[in-house]
Write a protein that binds this ligand. Structure first.
Ligand code: SF4
Length: 398
């Protein structure tokens, strides 16, 4: 895979050595067992895959190069470039300003932008409307575009199946930048609707089958469907794509469920299901897949707790927490400082985003077994600092 020029401060010698060794031993990525870091009283099991993905490294390289290439210019990011506080803080410290927050709330009016400004498009991509607005102002969108190629792959696949007459169902968080961008691109080509989860997919299916009156759809899915969407006409043939960082198993379950609805409604078989339901399995992002599969592999190791490290807005990290907490006590932190002491830790609830203090998070046993992973936007240096912090709490050297 391409090597990116990422600031060395985000790298970790310890983690790079572990990753390189595992890569050398398992070139085909078939082994999802974790790596043991034996520190004596604590044994840390690091997931086989974690940390920066292709899209994040690509975005970081472009963003820092943009700063170097444009001394004296105003540099804006449409929103957080990736969902990691350390990376975003570093960019802000170098003068980069954010135009919107993660949920699309305006922080700096677009009206203040001029043709002399540089605007970086984040890894999640952006909407066609925002791209057009930038072009109208004379701000080029290609040179400083950090949209991940795996997100673009979803847009391209949406366009391909749209050309064959399918409408699109996007499985994603409706307010997330990437879902808003994918919705914009897909709906440019075909009727599009967003579902957040299986509950909403089931709700949508009731309008597809006619179990619910069509008129209610427009209220129930307000803000989730494309302009001119007609629930009675536009759901006759569909394809499901996702926000790339959703749980792959959730997207698969939603896709399988909707497929079963079409099989029943139109009396289809495996031989002719493609007439109504497009195969979109090839749009899943490799990093989301690898990191989630690595967590499942890690969870087969008996342990006392799990620590998941990453930004609190990060969708892919939240899903790693979700997988771990179904199996054992799990703590979601974004920095080593959240390990206040051996007794207390500042934990974050990934659903409510609330932060709260946990007491007695490190059970009194030896050796204590800790599973550890991090999200696709978390620098390895942050993971190493968490390991350092744990080692110092137990007074051991790495
Ligand atoms: S998680 Fe996947 S889609 Fe998202 S930035 Fe990384 S490589 Fe791209």
């Amino acid at each position: 895979m391409k090597q990116f020029n990422v600031p060395t401060g985000y790298r970790s010698g310890l983690i790079s050595d572990i990753k390189n060794r595992r890569k050398e031993q398992d070139k085909l990525k078939k082994d999802f067992t974790p790596t043991l870091l034996d520190l004596g009283p604590i044994q840390i099991y690091l997931a086989r895959h974690f940390g920066f993905c292709y899209g994040v490294e690509n975005a970081i390289e472009i963003a820092f190069r943009t700063i170097e290439e444009n001394p004296g210019k105003r540099i804006f990011l449409l929103s957080e470039m990736i969902h990691n506080p350390k990376v975003n803080e570093d960019l802000q410290q170098q003068g980069v300003q954010f135009l919107q927050d993660t949920y699309g709330k305006q922080l700096i009016p677009f009206e203040t932008l001029t043709a002399d400004d540089v605007v970086i498009i984040p890894a999640f991509g952006t909407t066609l409307q925002i791209e057009a607005m930038l072009r109208e102002k004379g701000i080029p969108t290609e040179h400083y575009n950090t949209t991940c190629p795996f997100v673009e792959k979803v847009w391209n696949r949406s366009e391909q199946i749209a050309k064959k007459g399918y409408s699109i169902v996007v499985h994603g968080k409706p307010q997330h930048e990437e879902t808003r961008a994918t919705f914009s691109h897909a709906s440019h080509h075909t009727p599009t609707v967003v579902v957040n989860d299986m509950t909403e997919a089931v709700e949508l299916s009731k309008y597809i089958t006619g179990e619910q009156p069509a008129a209610q759809f427009y209220e129930a899915f307000r803000g989730r469907y494309s302009q001119g969407f007609d629930i009675e006409k536009d759901m006759q043939r569909i394809g499901v794509v996702n926000q790339t960082t959703q749980l792959a198993s959730d997207t698969q379950a939603i896709s399988d469920y909707l497929k079963s609805v079409y099989i029943k409604k139109y009396q289809l078989t495996a031989a002719n299901i493609a007439e109504r339901f497009a195969d979109t399995r090839d749009t899943l992002c490799y990093a989301t897949n690898d990191n989630q599969t690595a967590v499942q592999g890690m969870l087969e190791t008996p342990a006392d707790l799990a620590i998941v490290i990453g930004g609190y807005n990060s969708s892919n990290t939240s899903h790693l927490v979700e997988l771990c907490e179904a199996v054992l006590p799990t703590y979601f932190i974004d920095a080593a400082e959240k390990l206040i002491s051996k007794e207390t830790l500042l934990n974050r609830n990934w659903r409510t985003k609330e932060q709260f203090t946990v007491t007695g998070y490190l059970p009194d046993k030896e050796p204590l077994r800790i599973l550890m992973t991090s999200g696709a936007s978390c620098p390895d240096a942050v993971v190493e600092s968490v390991i350092d912090r744990l080692a110092s709490l137990y007074d051991v050297a790495i």
